[in-house]
Design a protein around this ligand. Structure first.
Ligand SMILES: C[S@@+](CC[C@H](N)C(=O)[O-])C[C@H]1O[C@@H](n2cnc3c(N)ncnc32)[C@H](O)[C@@H]1O
Length: 315
């Protein structure tokens, strides 16, 4: 596997040292943790802003949001491939107006792999799913929820593969209700709970369009914690600009008196004031508590372009 004589003269030192540092940081108690190795916008190297490298141990996934020089790309995949821990390198092309494609550049890559974050396991699909099954930038949100969840009833809206639910049950939640349009992602959510040997009665799965299903969602409540982590722009299902407010209008009837809410907004073009203003307008009885820090492997110079994760509590 080693290609130690390979020349990497097209790769800026800032890029390779960033990758090396993040790879080293991902090693915890002799297990590699899932992590972003390079976040183009963080490192602010002009030619590399469309580039992301994710480390889904043992697979490195290069995500290209726009074309980069093919020679540079070849050097980058070789650079990753010569790392001892890397058993496969995938190149994913994506971005607005581009079909998402996957190519295995080096090694062998399984359709499904299991990765670790903290002491929890998640099933990922490095070759098929645009986001591989886990949003790595939400690590601090999952940690927060795990700390808060003891004996709580949690509503996980836009649950995707139920990563928040896994963290909540690990933290002692009495019940998590997961709601997502897609049966497929909820089925991965079930698998994620099984991988962590969770009691199957602790998580419920509702394959519903939440904007049309409030009475069914309300039934198992009221909830002590609500997680709201929607897409920014999924026409036909949810468009934050017009639909976020519809979810917030339901918060009061869904929650207990001291309920906490974790609200996310992932649109780099809108700052946290978008969510804060909606909360003031629609849910005045909820008070802003904190904004969670962006994980260090995602930190951007302009914090408002990063994912916004806000905590509120009903007062
Ligand atoms: C950004 S992902 C959520 C990520 C997730 N919270 C996590 O931590 O991994 C958005 C999810 O919202 C779901 N979704 C979009 N519109 C929806 C709607 N109207 N009702 C239910 N789910 C919806 C999509 O199917 C997708 O799985």
């Amino acid at each position: 596997m080693s290609q130690s004589h390979e020349s990497f003269n097209l790769l800026p030192e800032q890029l390779t040292s960033w990758v090396d540092e993040q790879l080293a940081a991902s090693l915890l108690h002799s297990t590699y943790q899932v992590r972003r190795l390079f976040h183009g916008r963080s490192a602010v190297i002009d030619a590399f802003t469309p580039l992301v490298v994710d480390w889904l141990p043992p697979v490195a996934v290069i995500r290209l949001y726009d074309d980069i020089d093919p020679k540079v790309l070849a050097q980058l995949s070789s650079y990753l491939w010569q790392k001892e821990a890397v058993q496969g390198v995938v190149v994913q092309e994506r971005g607005r107006n581009r079909n998402t494609t996957f190519v295995v550049a080096h090694g062998e890559v399984d359709q499904q792999i299991v990765v670790q974050e903290d002491e929890l396991s998640y099933q990922l699909t490095p070759l098929t799913n645009q986001n591989s099954g886990l949003f790595l930038d939400m690590r601090n949100g999952r940690r927060w929820l795990k700390e808060q969840a003891k004996d709580c009833k949690v509503l996980n809206l836009f649950s995707y593969t139920c990563a928040f639910s896994v963290a909540a049950v690990a933290g002692g939640a009495s019940l998590v209700v997961n709601v997502d349009l897609s049966k497929r992602v909820l089925s991965t959510g079930r698998t994620n709970h099984q991988l962590n040997k969770h009691d199957k009665n602790k998580a419920k799965f509702m394959p519903l369009d939440m904007l049309k299903s409030w009475s069914r969602i309300k039934k198992p409540g009221p909830y002590d914690i609500v997680v709201i982590d929607p897409p920014s722009f999924q026409p036909g299902s949810f468009v934050a600009q017009k639909d976020y407010v519809k979810v917030l209008r339901r918060l009061t009837q869904l929650t207990t008196d001291n309920a906490k809410v974790l609200l996310c907004h992932n649109d780099p073009t809108q700052d946290s004031a978008f969510v804060k203003e909606l909360m003031t307008q629609e849910c005045p009885e909820f008070k802003f508590i904190a904004r969670l820090e962006v994980p260090e492997d995602f930190a951007e110079p302009d914090i408002e372009r990063s994912c916004k994760v806000l905590i509120y509590q009903r007062d």
